[in-house]
Design a protein around this ligand. Structure first.
Ligand SMILES: Cc1cc2nc3c(=O)[nH]c(=O)nc-3n(C[C@H](O)[C@H](O)[C@H](O)COP(=O)(O)OP(=O)(O)OC[C@H]3O[C@@H](n4cnc5c(N)ncnc54)[C@H](O)[C@@H]3O)c2cc1C
Length: 598
């Protein structure tokens, strides 16, 4: 048992290898270890150990994880894209034990009932998934309808710090534009309104990543002698013999241990892929599992013809709208992010600010029928097909963020940001290998706004207008801090600031010409909102599926996937909750298949 940076020589073979120790990998390994302490399990994680790291434990450090050069994240960059006005989209993912759960924004957010219904997969219905969501959590919010878990390992609590003026003001502005406050938008019921957020933190305000909540306690309790965790080590490929996964080849990660050489570990019973939506497809392809054309181009011998690998990448796409405000430095995270306060003192004093992810409200919204009609015929068709008759399906999430989302030392004054992102874009991307080695570059294209009908950008046109109407009705609003789209000077769209009481503000009117300008501006500003998924879908093989409902990779025995890459289709939320539920469900499947715990 133990956590290693170098695997002891005597561990040459285990029962199960968990490839990737991120949000899902830590859950799967822990549940298998509980089911049978005699089962030998090896988790192999590319990043470093996260144990008690203050930058992990305190959610206020979130912005350091998405900043350029972030220590605990890997940034994937797409190609220059005409759909993004020649820009390259970039996307950080967790690269540390606990993966995304160690670096994410700790926002607790669940998918809609209709999301799981759309999967149409036996065993994965909304109610079956709800049981697994509940298994992960101990919910400290009001739960009159019994929709949450109350004895799981992950605590869900409100932040100990709130920016009250920003929070209450945003909620009041939401009401003014017609959206109600809801007690719980995460109960898998109808939603078209806003709630005060809950976070993946305990009552002390500490992050609840899956390494700290699942893995570390089992490594330390003396009851899981066969649970091993190797960090700072990259899986190069899965070893496949006679169409069966029999182990992995890994190497010390040169970022932390330069000059190391590759080594093989055998798995007697199962290899479980948990490298995430951008990590799992390249490992499969280097192992010979994927689209024969891509493998041939990369010089990898084919082991299983599974064309869906790395295909159909989905994500959420957002714009951050930054506003000047009359907030005080005590009401935003800017001083913290700009190191204008002494972090050691905050930590020593257990300051409540450390528990704050800067987001106090999350709203899931739908446009009205007349707003839909205003977005054109093509969008109306998408709406009629995908949204109209599914009333619990939101089109956007919007949240007020209590800080400047870049380097705050480059600006003066206090800001707030409205982050608005669309939930079910039609655009698709991909991630593939270009060569057989782990150091060969990846062909990654998130495909943002690349849908041929051009309706994703229309969603953003609606979101731009809606978020601006909300911002203008906030008492803390003191003008925009982003470059206004270059509307014609005579356009009414240039008159943002209104005089008089917020209750009297009228909506801005836009012309068709304004909308064209807006579309181009959105292409210049939109980016991924850090939710890569669906690159190894659970779906029939002929529909680009990679795994069946038991999470078995088509054509290879003993090879499973249990991370967010298996999502059959997009979900209307931040995606950690669904990742955790997938991991819990996966563990139950594997425990049964392995005949454990009998
Ligand atoms: C910046 C950011 C903010 C987010 N905010 C939120 C939020 O507020 N709320 C929410 O619900 N969700 C959020 N998410 C999403 C959520 O964290 C992810 O959906 C979740 O972590 C996915 O789990 P996973 O196990 O599939 O992948 P990951 O958690 O990414 O784990 C994959 C792991 O595999 C490792 N790995 C990859 N390749 C290899 C290899 N070859 N060998 C060995 N190890 C490898 C990685 O280092 C990583 O630790 C956020 C994500 C990010 C990146």
């Amino acid at each position: 048992m133990g956590l290693y940076t170098k695997l002891p020589d005597d561990i040459q073979e285990v029962d199960v290898i968990v490839a990737g120790g991120g949000a899902t990998g830590c859950v799967v390994a822990s549940r298998l270890a509980d089911a049978d302490p005699a089962l030998s399990i090896l988790v192999i994680e590319s990043g470093i150990n996260n144990h008690n790291d203050p930058m992990v434990v305190h959610p206020a450090y979130f912005y350091s994880h998405i900043a350029p050069g972030a220590k605990y994240a890997l940034t994937y960059q797409g190609p220059k894209s005409e759909h993004l006005a020649g820009r390259q989209a970039s996307l950080p993912v967790g690269h540390i034990l606990g993966g995304g759960s160690s670096v994410n924004m700790v926002l607790y957010s669940r998918a809609q009932r209709s999301d799981y219904e759309a999967w149409k997969t036996p065993g994965w219905s909304p109610d079956e998934m709800l049981a697994y969501m509940n298994k992960t959590e101990t919910y400290h919010g009001p739960d009159p309808e019994g929709r949450h878990g109350h004895d799981g390992p992950i605590q869900i609590s409100p932040s100990k710090f709130r920016s009250h003026r920003l929070m209450d003001d945003f909620m009041a502005a939401m009401n003014r534009v017609g959206y109600p406050e809801l007690q719980d938008i995460n109960k898998m019921g109808p939603t078209n309104g806003a709630m005060r957020t809950m976070s993946y933190i305990d009552l002390e305000g500490r992050r609840q990543d899956t390494a700290h909540m699942y893995l570390h306690p089992r490594l330390q309790d003396g009851k899981h002698p066969n649970l091993h965790v190797l960090v700072e080590s990259q899986i190069e490929r899965v070893l496949i013999e006679n169409q069966k996964a029999v182990g992995v080849v890994y190497r010390p990660n040169p970022l932390y241990q330069p000059g190391g050489s590759s080594r093989t570990v055998k798995a007697k019973r199962m290899v479980i892929m948990n490298c995430g939506a951008l990590g799992t497809p390249p490992v499969l392809e280097r192992s010979g599992v994927g689209d024969p054309k891509i493998l041939e181009r990369a010089g990898v011998p084919l082991k299983a013809d599974v064309p869906g690998v790395g295909h159909d990448y989905e994500d959420h796409q957002g714009v951050m709208y930054v506003y000047k405000s009359n907030l005080t430095p005590e009401e935003t995270l800017d001083n913290f992010n700009a190191l204008r306060v002494d972090h050691d003192v905050l930590i020593r004093n257990k300051d409540t600010l450390l528990s704050w992810n800067s987001v106090d409200i999350q709203a899931k919204l739908r446009p009205t029928e007349s707003e839909v009609a205003g977005l054109g015929r093509e969008f109306q068709e998408i709406w009629n097909r995908d949204f109209k008759d599914i009333p619990d399906k939101p089109m956007m999430i919007i949240s007020p963020v209590g800080c400047f989302p870049g380097d705050p030392s480059t600006v003066s004054g206090q800001h707030f940001t409205l982050v608005a992102w669309n939930l079910y874009p039609s655009s698709r991307g991909h991630i593939h290998i270009t060569g057989s080695g782990i150091d060969n570059s990846l062909d990654f294209n998130p495909g943002i706004l690349s849908d041929p009908q051009g309706t994703d950008v229309k969603q953003h046109v609606w979101m731009y207008k809606k978020q601006l109407e909300i911002a203008r009705r906030m008492e803390v609003f003191k003008g925009i801090a982003f470059d206004l789209p270059p509307f014609p000077s005579v356009s009414k769209a240039t008159s943002i600031e209104a005089s008089g009481p917020v209750a009297d503000i009228k909506d801005i009117e836009y012309t068709a010409e304004d909308d064209k300008v807006l579309e181009q501006w959105i292409r210049e500003h939109v980016n991924s909102i850090w939710h890569p998924m669906a690159t190894c879908k659970m779906a029939p093989k002929e529909n680009n599926g990679v795994v069946d409902p038991t999470l078995s990779v088509y054509g290879i025995q003993g090879l499973k996937i249990a991370d967010i890459s298996i999502l059959p289709s997009n979900i209307g939320c931040n995606i950690c909750n669904t990742s955790l539920a997938i991991a819990e469900k996966a563990a139950d499947i594997f425990i049964q298949e392995l005949g454990l715990g009998k």
